[in-house]
Design a protein around this ligand. Structure first.
Ligand code: CO
Length: 171
C-alpha cells in the first residue's frame, strides 16, 4: 500500500549552489524551554538530569529570567517570564511549560537574514539585534513549520563589532 508519507523529495538537496558562509548552520547554540518557576525547573534539569548551571540572569527589559545549562556543544535555556505582559508570558498562559525555540549559530547573521528574506522567509527581526550572548534574530514560526527559530552570530562575526560588543564576549 502506497503511503502518503512516501519520500517524494530528493534525499540530497542542491545546497552546493548556496553561498556557504550564508547558509551553513553551525552548532545548535541552545534550545529554549519556557518554565513557570525557574527554581522548580532546576529541580529537573539540574538535579535530576545533572546539567550544570552556567548562569541565572534576570533580563529586565525583556521581563524574563533566564538560566543557561550547558550540555555538549549546546545549552538548554530556561526562560521564566517575570510579568504577564510579554509574548513569553502569553505563550506560558496559552500553552503551558515546554519547548519554545531553537537557536542555530551562523557565521554572518546579516548575510543569513538577507538570504532568508530573499527566500521568502518571514523575519521577526530583519537585522541583527543585541542578545544576551551575541547578535540574534528570530524567524517567524509561520515560515518554519511551526518552530520559532533563532539565529545567533558566532563570536567575532561582523555584527559583533557593528552592534558595539566590546569583545567576543561570553561564550
Ligand atoms: Co534563545
Amino acid at each position: 500500500m502506497a503511503s502518503r508519507y512516501a519520500l517524494r523529495v530528493p534525499s540530497r538537496q542542491p545546497v552546493d549552489r548556496l553561498p556557504a558562509h550564508v547558509r551553513a548552520l553551525g552548532r545548535i547554540h541552545h534550545v529554549a524551554v519556557v518554565v513557570a518557576d525557574l527554581e522548580r525547573a532546576l529541580g529537573f534539569w539540574r538535579d535530576i538530569l545533572g546539567l550544570p548551571v552556567e548562569l541565572v540572569l534576570p533580563i529586565e527589559h525583556d521581563r524574563v529570567t533566564i538560566g543557561f545549562l550547558p550540555v555538549g556543544e549546546s545549552k538548554i535555556e530556561l526562560v521564566q517570564p517575570t510579568d504577564d505582559t510579554t509574548g513569553v508570558a502569553r505563550f506560558l498562559a496559552a500553552k503551558g511549560e515546554g519547548f519554545h525555540h531553537v537557536c542555530f549559530e551562523v557565521p554572518d547573521l546579516a548575510a543569513a537574514l538577507t538570504r532568508l528574506g530573499l527566500d521568502g522567509i518571514e523575519l521577526i527581526d530583519s537585522a541583527p539585534r543585541r542578545g544576551a550572548e551575541g547578535p540574534v534574530a528570530f524567524l517567524h514560526p509561520r515560515s518554519c513549520h511551526g518552530v520559532l527559530v533563532e539565529l545567533i552570530e558566532a563570536p567575532g562575526g561582523p555584527a559583533w563589532s557593528a552592534l558595539g560588543y566590546r569583545s567576543t564576549g561570553p561564550t
